[in-house]
Design a protein around this ligand. Structure first.
Ligand code: CTP
Length: 479
């Protein structure tokens, strides 16, 4: 961690900081770079592209002059809010006038009035985000650290600068942000701050689903999402927006038989995916998160066989659109992708039990389509058994499925299956209008290909179609 004075001046190497400071001097306004830029620079030494500035004084004329001097062409000035955003040489610069803010209880609308730098810093979320670096000549590079944020950064602690009940009541989204920062940075939440999250959890209800999910997605995309998911569960935040997931927690026992805790199993699966999916496919992580979501509703106990969750994939698949709609998440491609993976999540494993026949593999390839590789990754991640013999056997089985898929694909070109004989051709050949019969013939051809009775090829499918027509008493009108 870089925390010496000279290192922090090094954080301001870009001449942009000097130019902003000079303007502050000319207009007699103190100006600071604050928040994430300072925090991440101290933590990693890498300068962020998002820069937040606080100007003590009237920020709008300050920004207008800066825009003119730098020749910035892309910018927005929000006069009503006293903020501005500028795009400049790959950076995003945000400006705000130092202010005091207070929020009325059931509203997100703040009452705002001008304030000092310290007023501004103390209404921010966490001490690690209250560090500021001076940009005016007189204090260029000086670290302003009124809430001991530097020590918390060293000690890896998330803590609110004020009484946490006040900070969270100003903006309850900050409870999600506490968990998000703890997960991304692998920090601990200070016990008093953590207790306040639990106490204020229900206040999350006044936050829009979009903002909640924005933070939640960052937790899912972290290196070890389970850390955040556990915190969300323990504080009761998870119940506020995704109660279906907390419902997975718990182990029931009947006649001495238990089942696994599906919540903690799910967390392991998400962590496993985070390890293999280094590119950060958010929706694959969502699929891992929801793959067992249908289990509570499908749980049964049979005296002979013990616990079962028959059909949980189907039920889970039906729950996915409801969850996505409620949380205002993208309903089309992304929801369908997650739903498909949830619905198919047990198929490759089931295959291994019925010794991987060609026809079962063909069906899987066809049903999974472009999602086949992601589905196999999910299945591998789903193996969380602590029994090394079983683990080895499951992995070997999946390997066998992969091998078989490769063979079948090379031979049968079944992925993204297009029927070799079209409905048009069936109608023309037998001189029949669009009807149930056309669909039946098409389906029968598809089945025959999947079962391996005929090859996925036009000539064989055409001959098969003629045979089917004859069986149905149809006459050939056009060859
Ligand atoms: N902030 C806050 N309360 C919020 C959101 C933001 O107090 N609900 C403050 C924090 O001081 C934060 C700054 O506004 O540092 C900028 O917010 P944002 O850009 O969201 O966060 P960063 O700290 O820059 O971190 P990241 O880029 O990782 O989101």
């Amino acid at each position: 961690m870089n925390t010496t004075r000279s290192d922090l001046t090094a954080a301001l190497k870009n001449p942009l900081f000097r130019r902003i400071g000079e303007l502050g001097d000319e207009m007699q306004m103190p100006v600071y770079v604050i928040g994430g830029y300072v925090r991440d620079y101290i933590l990693t030494g890498a300068p962020k592209k998002d820069l937040d500035f606080v100007v003590v004084g009237d920020v709008i004329p300050f920004v207008e002059e800066l825009v003119r001097r730098l020749g910035v062409r892309q910018y927005h000035i929000y006069r009503n809010f006293g903020t501005a955003m500028l795009h400049y040489r790959g950076f995003i610069l945000e400006f705000v006038g130092a202010r005091k803010e207070s929020y009325a209880r059931n509203s997100r609308k703040p009452r705002v009035e001008p304030g000092t730098l310290e007023d501004d810093l103390k209404r921010r979320d966490f001490t690690i985000n209250t560090l500021a670096l001076g940009l005016n000549q007189e204090h260029f590079g000086r670290l302003i650290n009124p809430f001991n944020g530097l020590k918390d950064l060293h000690d890896r602690i998330i803590r609110t600068p004020l009484d946490p009940d006040i900070t969270f009541s100003d903006d309850p989204l900050r409870m999600m942000r506490a968990v998000r920062f703890a997960t991304q940075l692998d920090f601990d939440i200070h016990p008093q701050t953590l207790e306040a999250v639990g106490r204020n959890r229900e206040r999350l209800q006044i936050v829009s689903p979009e903002r909640i999910i924005d933070e939640f997605n960052k937790i899912l995309l972290a290196e070890r999402p389970s850390k955040g998911l556990k915190l969300l569960f323990e504080t009761g935040l998870l119940d506020q927006f995704l109660p279906e997931l907390s419902a997975l927690q718990g182990v029931e026992e009947y006649e001495g038989k238990t089942h696994k805790d599906n919540f903690f199993h799910t967390l392991e699966v998400v962590d496993n995916i985070a390890r293999t999916d280094t590119e950060g496919n958010l929706w694959l992580r969502w699929a891992a998160l929801l793959h067992d979501i249908g289990k509570p509703a499908s749980k049964r106990y049979h005296p002979k066989n013990g616990w079962s969750f028959h059909g949980h994939e189907f039920l889970g698949g039906k729950m996915v659109p409801r969850i996505f709609r409620r949380l205002h998440m993208p309903m089309h491609r992304d929801m369908k992708y997650v739903q498909k993976l949830v619905q198919l999540s047990s198929r490759p494993i089931a295959l291994t039990e019925e010794h991987v026949t060609d026809s079962a593999v063909r069906r899987l390839i066809m049903d999974a389509g472009d999602e086949l590789e992601d589905l196999l990754l999910l299945c591998e991640a789903d193996i969380t058994t602590k029994n090394p013999v079983r683990k080895k056997r499951y992995l070997a089985n999946l390997q066998a499925v992969r091998q078989k898929i490769k063979e079948v694909e090379e031979r049968d070109r079944i992925r993204n299956f297009q029927p070799p004989v079209s409905g048009e051709l069936i109608m023309k050949t037998f001189g029949i209008p669009p009807s149930k019969t056309v669909g039946e013939i098409k389906d029968a051809i598809k089945e025959a290909i999947l079962e391996g009775e005929i090859r996925n090829d036009f000539d064989e499918a055409y001959r098969y179609m003629l045979r089917l027509g004859k069986e149905k008493g149809l006459e050939i009108k056009e060859k």
